[in-house]
Structure formats: structure tokens, C-alpha cells
Design a protein around this ligand. Structure first.
Ligand SMILES: Nc1nc2c(ncn2[C@@H]2O[C@H](COP(=O)(O)OP(=O)(O)OP(=O)(O)O)[C@@H](O)[C@H]2O)c(=O)[nH]1
Ligand SMILES: [Mg+2]
Length: 236
């Protein structure tokens, strides 16, 4: 079974050596589980040497490694581009800043044998997050609570860390706005079942956050659009 690990990047040169080191450590485990993995990096014209470092890594990596260079910006559209750049049946998406531990990937792919979607989850027993500033904690809690308006009950729906089978999004028209591509997939995707797997979210150790007020605005617009889509669907 082919597995694509899709990683969007924007100026992540500082995180990549650590990330690739952790990826290398799980390579054999992934193979032993019967998966043929590739890494797909979608980079939006970083100016800190991210692309050069990925090139270098691709020559020494145990993984087949593909670098996609885009001129535009946008996390969700970058992830969707990643989906189109692979033949793999199983797609795993994660951030580059080590918040999402590669060590969890073997567990995710094991679960993918029985579930259409596998969701790493901070908000369940065994899961958690390193300490966040209070304003970020409150923003996150508020944003997560709004998701209930869409009838989504998964416990960590705002995450950039998830695994899906390609069939979940095949022939589904995704309309990505901003950051939250997982929400788009949970609302519009075609799946029978999902499972949540606990993990500890690590805070970004290197580099700068790309989170901003603009992204919060985009999130609210995204929720609005998804709600409209749901209403239209029940009418047809
Ligand atoms: N290709 C691409 N990647 C992006 C873009 N914005 C963010 N990313 C990447 O998406 C992932 C998540 O972005 P982060 O900046 O870590 O956002 P966050 O996790 O909400 O915030 P922090 O962890 O506090 O930095 C990282 O791998 C970023 O490099 C973008 O416009 N294009
Ligand atoms: Mg991050």
C-alpha cells in the first residue's frame, strides 16, 4: 500500500533537520507495516533556504521525496495540491514544525487498515498539549466549540494532523479557505468511519508562527460557507 506524507511548508528551514531526523527513525517501521512511503513537501516560495534543504535531503533520504514549489500562498490549498501530486491510496498530512510527532505515524497507518479517517487527537485520555498562552488556549477552545454548529463531533477537528484514504476525497469538490482543510474534509468527504488516536501536541520550537488575525477571519468565513453547503445539500 502506498502512503504519502504531505507536509506544507512556509519558511521552515530551522525545523526541517529535526523533522527529517524523526521521519528517518520511523521509516523501517512504516515499511514493516506493509506501506511504501513518500514525502511530499509543498513549499510556498520560502526565502529561508527551505527548498534547498529539502533538495539536499531528497538525495540522502530513505524516502522518495518530492518538492513542489508554489508561487501562491495558503495552507489548505497547499495540502490539496499535495493530494494531487501522489498516486498513494493513503494520505497523511502534518505540519513541519514538529508539533505533530512523526513517531505517531506507524500507529496511524496501522489504524488506516480498518478506518477511512484516522485523527490524532489532543482532547482525549492519553492526549494533550504543551502549555499554551491563555489567549491562544481561549481562541482554540472557542474555535473548536463553533465546529459543533456543523454537527461535527470529533474532539480535535481543528488539527493539521490527519490521515485519510484517498477515496474519502475522490470526486469531492473541496473549497479550501484558510487553514482548516480537515474541517472541509469532515463535512464534505465520503467516509464510513473514523478513529481518534491520542497524542501530545508539542509547541513550535524553531521558526515563526504563520497564524494571524487574518487566518481567524478566514476561519469564520469557512464555517459560514460550510454551513451554507450543508443547507444546500439537504435541499437537493
Ligand atoms: N505551503 C504553505 N505552508 C504553510 C502556509 N502557512 C503555514 N504553512 C505551514 O503549515 C504548517 C502550520 O503552520 P504554523 O505556522 O505552524 O501554524 P500553527 O501551528 O497554527 O502555529 P504555531 O505552531 O504556533 O507556529 C507549518 O508546516 C507551516 O510551515 C502557507 O501559506 N503555505
Ligand atoms: Mg505549528
Amino acid at each position: 500500500m502506498k502512503l504519502a506524507i504531505i507536509i506544507p511548508t512556509l519558511n521552515e528551514r530551522g525545523s526541517l533537520p529535526l523533522l527529517f531526523n524523526e521521519m528517518d527513525q520511523i521509516y523501517q517501521n512504516i515499511k514493516d507495516k506493509g506501506f511504501e512511503p513518500e514525502i511530499i513537501i509543498i513549499d510556498d516560495n520560502s526565502n529561508d533556504g527551505t527548498q534547498q534543504f529539502v533538495e539536499e535531503y531528497s538525495h540522502n533520504s530513505p524516502y522518495k521525496t518530492k518538492l513542489i514549489e508554489r508561487k501562491e500562498r495558503g495552507l489548505a490549498t497547499a495540502v490539496i495540491r499535495g493530494f494531487t501530486e501522489t498516486e498513494a491510496d493513503v494520505l497523511c498530512v502534518m505540519d513541519a514544525d514538529l508539533s505533530h510527532p512523526p513517531a505517531l505515524i506507524p500507529k496511524l497507518i496501522e489504524n488506516s487498515k480498518s478506518f477511512d479517517i484516522v485523527l490524532p487527537c489532543r482532547n482525549m485520555i492519553g492526549g494533550g498539549a504543551e502549555e499554551w498562552p491563555i489567549h491562544r488556549k481561549l481562541t482554540s477552545m472557542f474555535a473548536t466549540s463553533l465546529v459543533k454548529l456543523l454537527g461535527i463531533t470529533v474532539r480535535d477537528p481543528m488539527s493539521g494532523f490527519f490521515l485519510i484514504h484517498k477515496k474519502v476525497i475522490e470526486d469531492v469538490k473541496l473549497n479550501p479557505i484558510g487553514y482548516k482543510i480537515l474541517l472541509e474534509i469532515l463535512v464534505k468527504g465520503k467516509y464510513k468511519n473514523y478513529i481518534e488516536v491520542p497524542y501530545i501536541f508539542r509547541n513550535r520550537a524553531v521558526g515563526n508562527s504563520k497564524m494571524s488575525g487574518k487566518i481567524i477571519g478566514q476561519y469564520l468565513k469557512h464555517l459560514w460557507e460550510l454551513k451554507k453547503w450543508q443547507k444546500q445539500k439537504t435541499r437537493t
